[in-house]
Design a protein around this ligand. Sequence first.
Ligand code: HEM
Length: 497
Amino acid sequence: MMMIILYIVGLLGFLYYMIFARAYNHWKIRGVQFDKPFSVFGNFYSLATGKQSMLERIRDIYSQYKTPYVGIFIFNQPYLMVRSPELVKKILVKDFDKFVNRNIATKESIDPIAFHTLGSAKDKTWRNLRSKLSPVFTSGKMKLMFPLMKECAQELNSCLNNYDGKTVEVANVIKRYSVDIISSCAFGIKAYCLKDENSEILKMAIKLLDTRSFVRNFSIFSAFFVPKFVEIFRLTLADKSASKYFIDVFNATLKEREKKNIVRNDLIDLLNNLRKNENIGDGYIFDDIKMAAQAIVFFSAGNDTTATSLSFALYELALNQEIQDRLRREVKEHFDRAGDFTYETLQEMKYLNMVLKETFRKYPVTPFLSRKSTAPYTFEETGLTIEKDTLILIPVPGLHYDPEYFPDPEKFDPERFSDENKHNVNPYAYLPFGEGPRNCIGERFANLVSKLALASMIKDFVFEVTNETEIPIQLNPRAVFTQSKGGIKLRVRKIKS
Ligand code: HEM
């Protein structure tokens, strides 16, 4: 018996050495200062125990060092956490051709959708896809889509009327708004999620990338940080049944359009033109799966990000009534002058823009940017040469909460982005949408949808904290992307005219 126990202990020790202890020498060998890993979780033990969220952990590691970069480990994978905005600029912009790809593990045989999406595509395939897909997000296209968005914003206000005087989980309502908008703009269909809480499309949209589900978070986490698990457990980034549902909806819409000769100049039309006319380089044929993959990534990347950011904005406005009042004054002034919300009036609302920017600073939905070196690379400033395939992590919340770039970082202060102060913001220390050629393709869309929703809601409603509101807000340690742990509950009060 004793021999068996000794044998098992020895085997476990050997496995730990082979898989972890050896890997944990990575930065030491290269003479890079590193954050000491603990157990099999590397530097993310407090995430595994539920003590910290991803945002908090990254911010914590960042703040313990002063060096331009620090070596870290996520499980047994070494990452270079790049702290200095100058080096961030090199990676994201100046030397982008050496850092084109993200480290997202996808296998075509396991998850063809994730494999072909813009977010995980690599090298030339990514370049081709990006240049073909970018035209759908020009300001001209946004203007064309604006009437569709406005319908949804009006429905959002009608929906909020039902909660007058009540406490509501705002993230839930706003998620229905963002699903309605993306369904309309990306899939060309009316989803009516704001009217019908039980709509099928809403259920599927939640299921697609449900950041409250253990399986989804495990899959997302593994795709970014433990690629082996993707193969071993055959993990898909998005839920399989929900993906199938959206592919069917997408194909049905396509057929209907072709049959009736409908042209809307939206995402579906653009993708369909790509399929009909293009072979986008390297023998890359834009088939049905690849086409649906793009529609699904716009759906999944656009929904939660927008809904979560807007909920955090309402939370801060409820806590800071004087900021809410000032925002309402600005919104009403512009609305009364134009008689409506137009694309142009929303761009003119400076304070609205400042409030959103500060929300994105304090609550970056994506707490890290990921890149992988495509060749050996030397940081001239320090002399460090990294090998091909080195994983880079850019600590967005670390930079956003660094008092050197944002004094008094806990304070929600839209003034940081006023005309007088905005030149003090280092663009490489403020990265809610990333930067450079591989930044968020949906930034313009997200900004417009967020401005419209916030302006519409604030014009007609007051948002207040109640004893059900969690203060300070707790972030979900189980989610890779930033979100509240228990939802955001606020009282909604209709303004009597
Ligand atoms: C508040 C809302 C949003 C936030 C905060 C956000 C944030 C981000 C961030 C940080 C990245 C990574 C950028 C980088 O690595 O440099 C990204 C990528 C991406 N986002 Fe967004 N996003 C939002 C909304 C949207 C929307 C509405 C869409 C589409 C309709 C979208 C589609 C994408 C796609 C496809 C990528 C991958 C781009 C590529 O690899 O070329 N996002 N987003």
